[in-house]
Design a protein around this ligand. Structure first.
Ligand SMILES: C[S@@+](CC[C@H](N)C(=O)[O-])C[C@H]1O[C@@H](n2cnc3c(N)ncnc32)[C@H](O)[C@@H]1O
Length: 216
């Protein structure tokens, strides 16, 4: 079941139609799931995941990594969210024990829970209002929780790739290292680590006002 929240006043974003149109072919055009899972396994210790965690994945698309995530945090819980109904429909066909939610992360909506980890995998550049998206992502974190933004390529590679795509995503950009401290600060978050090299972009952040027992 897909639950829809926080959409009523969302401004139209042409990316919604773009990703809806791509959904039926997304799995065929993505890099092989086995390759992606193998890369994730090598990064496992760096992603902030542990069994029993409550995780929110934002921009889950067709659920390329959602099943891996659910297995990794079992017996914890994964809520997977996206604003594209067609992407979520494809994800739903995977038969995962995951709760899917339709939401636009750039719009203030209900908080879906207090999560240990909020993860954006291959999605952040497409959030049309990145300061607003960060504020919303932060609202879903426990005081001890953390945000992870992950790409299996660096910001320069991602941005060059997007520049070669068509409207409306050809100007979608992943900010470079210099921009993140201020972006995160404005959302009440602070950077804890950032790797940006040709084959990996991995950002971890935590609430600026956290409790002493925060593992981040
Ligand atoms: C490049 S796709 C990646 C999907 C998936 N993470 C994967 O790796 O296959 C980016 C996803 O972000 C979603 N997205 C873009 N803007 C969004 C927004 N404002 N709120 C929620 N999801 C959004 C799109 O619908 C799309 O599914």
């Amino acid at each position: 079941m897909i639950i829809k929240t926080g959409q009523a006043d969302a401004p139209p974003d042409p990316r919604l139609a773009y990703f809806d149109d791509l959904a039926p072919v997304w799995n065929a055009e993505c890099s092989s799931p086995a390759t992606t899972r193998a890369r994730l396994a090598t990064l496992d210790g760096e992603l902030g995941l542990a069994p029993g965690m409550e995780v929110l994945e934002v921009g889950c698309g067709t659920g390329q990594i959602t099943g891996w995530l659910a297995a990794r945090v079992h017996p914890g819980r994964v809520v997977a969210a996206d604003f594209s109904p067609a992407m979520l429909a494809e994800a739903g066909r995977r038969g995962l024990r995951v709760e899917f939610r339709q939401l636009d992360i750039c719009v203030e909506g209900p908080v879906l829970g207090a999560f240990d980890l909020v993860l954006c995998f291959h999605a952040f550049p497409h959030f049309r209002d990145q300061p607003a998206a960060l504020r919303q992502l932060a609202r879903h974190l426990k005081p001890t929780g953390g945000l992870t933004i992950l790409h299996l390529a660096g910001s320069a590679q991602i941005n060059a790739f997007h520049a070669g795509l068509r409207e409306p995503v050809c100007r979608d950009r992943l900010p470079g290292a210099d921009a993140w401290p201020a972006l995160l600060h404005a959302a009440g978050l602070e950077l804890t680590s950032l790797t940006d090299r040709a084959d990996l972009f991995l950002l971890r952040a935590r609430p600026a006002r956290r409790t002493a027992e925060s593992p981040w």
